[in-house]
Ligand binder design. Structure first.
Ligand code: HEM
Length: 396
């Protein structure tokens, strides 16, 4: 019988992933939205499929509306036409232009600001009550500020920006609210692009406007959808890496103590948290341009395929003792940032920001603990993001 994903999946995706890896590693499932998709769960299959050009992204170019019963909001559809939803040669061209702007130097230059923002949030927490909710007090404001700093969203506009992103990304908003937020963000970005064209600043948006490759540059539509992509791909992922990562550490006291005793383990701990507590469910979707055999299972043309990177990262065939958190583990080859041409563009920033967030939080609060041990935590019902509804913690 075809598995239907529901609340039990959201609360414990790894339970289903483990079962499917051993019994039906490439299998149709029905998503909570009612879409029939193929779910791929083994490491070898996921990694190979991520690099397989027959598994495409740009479904709009290859499908007729009759193929899928999806009605997209026009503003949302406009913003969604970004490089993560495109295939070569369009993807190649956009990625080349963005790489010229999103440079290692630009990421490194953010470090002092990330430390300042993190420090200010930790100060505010230290001055507040003994118990706090870590996503609202720390993970969300930190990550939204960093993405705003990167793109160049002025400080005064961040509150509106934060409200729109929350509606658009948290899957808590209604359709009408999401539409209003997408329209407002579109109008805002249009204005901001016009301003930066007039007066460039030292930010990613100005660098994107200036980026040139053999005389080519980003069009207005490409600039707007690129900023939307940076927000979508770079924000909720970070929020939930921080929240899920802190939970993983607090629930593995021996590993936490090991990390506290040897801060040099921080980079490998971040990498292990990207493997073990990855914030994506099965967000890395593709569709088949032609019939494809994945892991021995034939998948017909024009089907959606979900490459479950979070399952691949817990495949014991690839990572011995995969369900064990080990902050010193050799995680080489994990697919937490994807693999192939769409490999996460923000990986260096995510590593930098994650290292600062985990490192400074643990240092500041040596007795950090989950608020009420044994309280059941709830995970959000999102197919894309494996994220906690809330993470109450005790700081002292
Ligand atoms: C792509 C994960 C943070 C920007 C991806 C993909 C994954 C991923 C798995 C590939 C998706 C696919 O193949 O379908 C993550 C995780 C993050 C993170 C786990 C943090 C914990 C960021 C940040 C940014 C960012 C901070 C930017 C500021 C992007 C972009 C792409 C991407 C632009 C599309 C690349 C392309 O299509 O060529 N990310 N990401 N990500 N990510 Fe990230």
């Amino acid at each position: 019988m075809t598995e239907r994903l529901g609340d039990s999946f959201f609360q414990d995706p790894q339970g289903l992933f483990a079962r499917l890896r051993s019994s039906a590693p490439v299998t149709p499932v029905v998503t909570p939205e009612g879409l029939r998709v193929w779910l791929v769960t083994r490491y070898e299959d996921v990694r190979a499929a991520l690099a397989d050009p027959r598994l495409a992204k740009d479904w709009v170019a290859h499908m007729t509306p009759e193929d899928f019963d999806i009605t997209m909001d026009p503003v949302q559809a406009f913003l969604d036409q970004h490089m993560l939803n495109l295939d070569p040669p369009d993807h190649t061209r956009l990625r080349r232009l963005v790489v010229k702007a999103f440079t290692p130097r630009r990421v490194a230059a953010l470090e002092p600001r990330i430390r300042d923002v993190t420090g200010a949030l930790l100060d505010a927490m230290a001055d507040g009550p003994e118990e706090t909710e870590l996503i609202g007090a720390f993970a969300f404001p930190l990550t939204v500020t960093v993405i705003c700093e990167l793109i160049g969203i002025p400080a005064d506009d961040r509150e509106s920006f934060r409200a729109w992103s929350e509606t658009l990304l948290s899957s808590r908003g209604t359709r009408v609210e999401s539409r209003a937020a997408a329209t407002a963000m579109h109008a805002y970005f249009t204005r901001l692009v016009a301003e930066r064209r007039q007066t460039p600043a030292d930010d990613l948006l100005s660098a994107l406007i200036a980026a040139r490759d053999s005389g080519d540059s980003l069009s207005e539509h490409e600039l707007l959808s690129m900023m939307f992509l940076l927000l979508v791909a770079g924000h909720e992922t970070m929020v939930n890496l921080i929240a899920g990562g802190v939970l993983a550490l607090l629930t593995h006291p021996a590993e936490l103590a090991r990390l506290r005793a040897d801060p040099a383990l921080l980079p490998s701990a971040v990498e292990e948290l990207l493997r073990y507590a990855n914030p994506l469910n099965h967000a890395t979707e593709r569709f088949t341009l032609e019939p494809v055999t994945i892991g021995g299972t034939p998948v017909p043309a024009k089907e959606w395929v979900m490459l479950a990177t979070s399952s691949a990262n817990r495949d014991p065939e690839r990572f011995p003792g995969a369900d064990r958190l080990d902050v010193g583990r050799d995680t080489a080859g994990h697919v937490g940032f994807g693999h192939g041409i769409h490999y996460c563009l923000g990986a260096p920033l995510a590593r930098l920001e994650g290292g600062i967030a985990f490192g400074m939080l643990l240092e500041r609060f040596p007795a950090l603990a989950t608020a009420v041990p044994g309280t059941e935590l709830r995970w959000r019902p999102s197919s894309l993001i494996h994220g906690l509804e809330a993470l109450p913690v005790r700081l002292r």
